[in-house]
Ligand binder design. Sequence first.
Ligand code: NDP
Length: 497
Amino acid sequence: MTPGMPVIDDGKLTSTNPATGETVGTFPVATADDVALAVRRARQAGAWWAGLGFAARRERLRHWRTLLAQRLEELTALVHRETGKPLFDAAVEAASALEHIDWAANNAKRVLGPRRVRTRLLVAEHSAHLEYRPYGVVGVIGPWNYPVLTPLGSIGYALAAGNAVVFKPSEYTPAVGQWLADVLAEAVPEHPVLQVVHGLGDTGAALCRAGVGKLGFTGSTATARTVMAACAETLTPVLIEAGGKDAMIVDEDADLDLAVDAALWGGMSNAGQTCVGIERVYVVSAIHDEFVARLAAGARKLTVGAENAHLGPITMPGQIDVIRRHIDDALARGARAVVGGADAVQPPYVYPTVLVDVPDDAAAIREETFGPTLTVTRVADADEALVKANALPYGLGGAVFGHRRAIALARGMRSGMTSINSVFTFAGMSTLPFGGVGESGFGRIHGEDGLREFAVAKSITFRRMPSPLPILSFFRKPAHERLLIRAVKTLYGRNRS
Ligand code: NDP
């Protein structure tokens, strides 16, 4: 058996440690009928949960947050065992997830609760009311690379909005998914507001077809297409958080040490298995050589191994072939490895690799590598960097290092999120929405948009007095018709500033 490969046997899914092959957890595989049953139970749980109201949900979600924080070491040890991620990196991931649960719980009422909105002159006898109502049941399908932060970015916000959730974790990280739900059940013992269904892609596909009100998918762009097609059968709305090939632009007035440190972290933390991981770096010519020298020196210092190392194993064994192909293809096309290279791939590990002179059409530039590799490309100036950064169908995140033009470059980057003089900061900023454009997906988790993503706008009007202009009636008078025409011309028929 390959360490890290999940094993399916006798209707059970067993996840294993990618470094050691040790068993982490065994869970029953949910059939399509099991998934349908979970969604039916969730519908009842969701009705109860929605009926609790914002304040009671807030208290329970905060209780969940507290339990998770109190058991942080238990959680990070489990994430470490199931993904191979270094322990403290797992703690950073969990800290970010707790921040999101806290923010969603505390802000759901303000963002989604009933409010009066302004009426308009032609319908001034009506008051206008807006509220955001839960879908009932939200299905969440998650990946393995951030098995806490990524699913909770959907689950925490969906729960705060008043939905029950049925969650299908990745087959590589079922134990983490189950643990999160079990802890929530302690804070919300009455009804199963978060259920976990385990299995492979079939189980996820069954969830798409099980009648959920909305499906939140996080995973690869290829699977996103399949998920959308399945959801299209029932017009189930979807949120797609898909892959990326994020770029970093280093302008001539950048703080080089800061940029190098961030490129290493952005490209190689979690062994490069980060959706918003930096995979391509574009550096203006004047500082390119110095940047590469410092980056290489930093990359050589990184340690690789199962325990107490900067980089753990590659979680999904199959990804190793993709990483190897990208490195080999780049080298075959004339690229140079200033660190790592062909020998960097030593399953289950991949050692840090920095590639320069990589042609723009190489797989290492165009496709998601999901390993600890960085391409560094020399550009004449930041404008050329921007053109190259924006040349792919992906558009998830990105980073800009510099000062004078930094904001303009960040705005110009075709992505859902860009951080200036740091990497990944937007992911932990609970007040900011998270999501991509193009083949990186659509819809948003986190922030106010993330709460609204899991709720439906409900508009209500209330006629408070007789209508001065009763035109929505078969029995209106000619005088009303004339008055309306006059009013329209007065209100809209003139150019006004
Ligand atoms: P996959 O697309 O392989 O899988 C994602 C989830 O979808 C898994 O739970 C998987 O189950 C499930 N699935 C597989 N096939 C189907 C199907 N036919 N119908 C429904 N569900 C299905 O992605 P990975 O798990 O490999 O995750 C890595 C990818 O996720 C990368 O591309 C990364 O960029 C992206 N990602 C995006 C993020 C974002 O926020 N934009 C955040 C984190 C990761 P199973 O595992 O059992 O096959």
